[in-house]
Design a binder for this molecule. Sequence first.
Ligand code: PLP
Length: 385
Amino acid sequence: MVYLDNNATTPLDPAVIDKMTWFLKEHFGNPSSLYPIGRQVKEMINEAREHVAIALGANKSEIYFTGSGTESDNQAILGVLDAVPDKREFVTSAIEHPAVQETALYLEKKGYKITYVPVDRDGLIDLDVLRDAVTPQTALISIMFASNEIGTIQPIEEVVRIAQDKGVLVHTDAVQAFGKIDFRIERLGVDLLSVSSHKIYGPKGVGALFVRKGTALLPFLHGGHQERGLRPGTENSIGIVGFGEAARILPEKFEADQARIRHLADRLKRGIETKIPKVHLNGHPERRIKSTLNYSFLGLEAEAVLLSLATKEIYVSTGSACSSESEDVSHVLLAIGLRPEIARSTVRMSLGRFNTDQDIDIVLKELPDIVEKLRRISAFHPEDD
Ligand code: PLP
């Protein structure tokens, strides 16, 4: 199998599997219990918190575990807006993940004024529009760090500068940036930041939210005192411990992982662009996470490419995994100006820690043939367009 869908989810790192297996066998206590078998689990949750904090460049008291990246995004946005009920404006971008985009739509229905900052053809937000959109009524700006679909990296430091000038809080969805971009929250300057375990070789169903000390935030779940009252409910201790292990090994592996992934992605990119006519790479040419290759194969339906590759046990995605079940064309691809038929021809390949040169050899052997055959059936002639 060649797995090229690491932006959808990553396989567990063997070190994470070992840690979780050990934990499952040895520890079942409720972290809120005061006797040793509970206290030990609580300590392990706090160790995991420390690992996530170190990997992010934050203080561990500023990290809260949640049930997913989606929950972190919802908690950040709804939690800030609930804390400042007199401010009724929210600024975000046109290319957010549904976890932010749908939250914005929910707020719109509740009467909030939402500004969706547009992006250029490379997927970069328009900072002038952002600047003009922020008013004294703005409660929060939420701009994603790196795009799950096209890989473009947003100028978050610039966003923070604009926000600070106007005294507005900034949240960033860093789910795809964590583990792929070398950033430290302390330097980035954001007030809230979301991450998710299953994008960094940890288990699914666990995420974290960074909340800068002193940021006013209300919980949207109500219950016990877990996660200092921000996220009540008995902790997903097994998931958190796995996430902690994934975060612990992340900095150790970062440089080598990135160098290898860059090499593989360069090979794949060069191979596709020399062997296949009429392909177009989406996303910023430079400011991008190099592991994400989003290509439009003119004249084809992406789904046909995906299914043909799957018969060869090569797994990729059309647009974004999160929208793969919907009929809609990706809002991100439309936002960067692609025509719907071009957007529908778009395939995302995303590399990760466990890809090898052999994977790239296999893809470069199979993909050109598949594209050629499908184009022949669809009567597409590369010289036509
Ligand atoms: N934000 C981005 C940019 C993502 O890519 C994803 C997952 O694909 C999420 C949020 C949601 O994370 P989770 O799957 O943990 O809910």
